[in-house]
Write a protein that binds this ligand. Structure first.
Ligand SMILES: [Zn+2]
Length: 88
């Protein structure tokens, strides 16, 4: 094979590789976006789960407000309700 033909083959191969690199970059971009969306989703899930736990605790008759957290409550507490309002 002539040298010029070999060079043509190498140039073709380099172009193929550059093409593949471009494709991979695009795929990576898509995956990074998806990863970010999933992370955001999981963070929200986490937050809503801990809010859910607070509400459960309140419904079981405990304070979840800052000043009386964990103490038994006799009636509705406006501070606790405020905590639930703020986190929902
Ligand atoms: Zn309270």
């Amino acid at each position: 094979m002539k040298i010029s033909a070999q060079i043509d083959l190498i140039v073709d191969r380099i172009n193929e590789i550059l093409h593949e690199v471009e494709d991979l970059k695009k795929q990576l971009e898509v995956l990074e976006k998806r990863n970010e969306q999933l992370s955001n989703y999981l963070q929200k899930e986490d937050k809503s789960q801990s809010v859910g736990n607070l509400i459960k605790l309140y419904e079981q008759g405990f304070h979840i407000c800052h000043s009386s957290f964990g103490r038994m409550r006799e009636e509705d507490c406006i501070f606790c309700l405020n905590v639930i309002d703020r986190t929902e």
